[in-house]
Design a protein around this ligand. Structure first.
Ligand SMILES: [Zn+2]
Ligand SMILES: [Zn+2]
Length: 343
């Protein structure tokens, strides 16, 4: 079977790998699609993401959907073999103080598919067959096909960010960054009842995808005269991962408003307009990954066929290098899927 292994900065290889065997409590899944995420691109370009560095070869990928093939011994009752499933990529420890307090997204000992946050790294899902904990499988709602379901992981990230913002019903939400995550924040904010959503980005092509996701107003971030700039927003979600985006959020959120930092900033310290946080009593909150939002994401995807428009390309796994190049070029793509073929 083929898999996409990152060996270090700039060194992504499509390799022939042995088919894994499911152990106790595990399931074997035939992966159909894997979404290329910004974090996968960071591993390729920088050899790490945020403050996590690659220290050994790692199968990339955490946005995977496919079909259940088999279970190991002593597995919990899961979807029958042949069922289309999405794989929840996170396994919090369940025992640390954060897990006990119900803050499972910031578990200090979580396992996350295709992540170098811990060592040995947790291998990912960009392979034609993967073994995952059986209780991480989620059957797809009846009206949801695998291609759109591949958006479940990034949509769950977006839903968690909106949850972190608090109640956005009837509110004006500003989103900086119209990459796949920013676009899905638009969809999540809409689903949560936001009455107005404004999105900023440097690239017109990216802003078009934000419109597909449901944005009312799109703004060229590099054009101070763009008529779309709001006087202020009730809530701002930073989804660009650059300090300038955070600056925009802090400047435009209303006094006493909430800013959610979702984009992963460059490693190390980042400058930010801290005095605005003080003098306007802005609440600055982080959002990291998700927990039960994964199930909410599958339901929302089933109800929103228009989100198909965010899948901009499906590329055979053998052409992974070109898929990654396409995903990195936001003037030509939104979410790019790798296709591992029919089981
Ligand atoms: Zn992702
Ligand atoms: Zn924990």
């Amino acid at each position: 079977m083929l898999g996409c292994v990152i060996h270090g900065r700039g060194d992504l290889r499509v390799e022939e790998l042995p088919v894994p065997e499911p152990g106790p409590g595990q399931a074997l899944v035939a992966v159909r699609y894997g979404g290329v995420c910004g974090s996968d691109l960071h591993y390729l370009r920088h050899g790490g993401v945020g403050d996590f560095r690659l220290r050994e070869p790692m199968l990339l990928g955490h946005e995977v959907v496919g079909t259940v093939l088999a279970y190991g011994t002593a597995s919990p009752a899961g979807p029958a073999p042949g069922t289309a499933v999405a794989v929840h990529p996170a396994t919090p420890c369940g025992a640390c103080p954060e897990c006990v307090r119900g803050r499972r997204t910031i578990c200090r000992d979580t396992r996350y598919l295709g992540s170098a946050a811990r060592f040995p790294h947790v291998q990912g899902g960009f392979a034609a067959r993967v073994v995952v904990p059986a209780d991480q499988l989620r059957p797809l709602p009846a009206s949801l096909e695998l291609r759109r379901a591949a958006l479940a992981e990034p949509l769950a990230v977006a839903l968690h960010a909106v949850h972190r913002a608090g109640d956005v019903a009837g509110r004006h939400v500003l989103v900086t960054g119209a990459g796949p995550i920013g676009c899905l924040v638009v969809a999540a904010a809409r689903a949560a009842g936001a009455t107005r959503v404004t999105v900023t980005d440097l690239l017109p092509a990216a802003l078009e995808y934000a419109r597909t996701a449901g944005a009312d107003t799109v703004v060229r971030a590099d054009d101070p005269d763009d008529p779309g700039w709001p006087a202020e927003a009730d809530v701002a979600v930073e989804a660009s991962g650059v300090a300038a985006g955070l600056e925009t959020c802090l400047r435009l959120v209303r006094r006493g408003g909430v800013v959610v930092q979702l984009g992963m900033l460059p490693p190390g310290p980042s400058p930010f307009a801290g005095n605005l946080v003080v003098s306007r009593e802005i609440e600055l909150r982080g959002a990291f990954r998700f927990d039960a939002e994964f199930d909410e994401a599958l339901r929302l995807l089933a109800a929103r066929p228009a989100l198909d428009g965010l899948v901009s390309a499906v590329v055979p796994v053998r052409e992974a290098a070109s898929a990654f190049a396409l995903a990195a070029d936001r003037s030509r793509s939104c979410k790019v899927l790798l296709d591992f073929g029919a089981p």
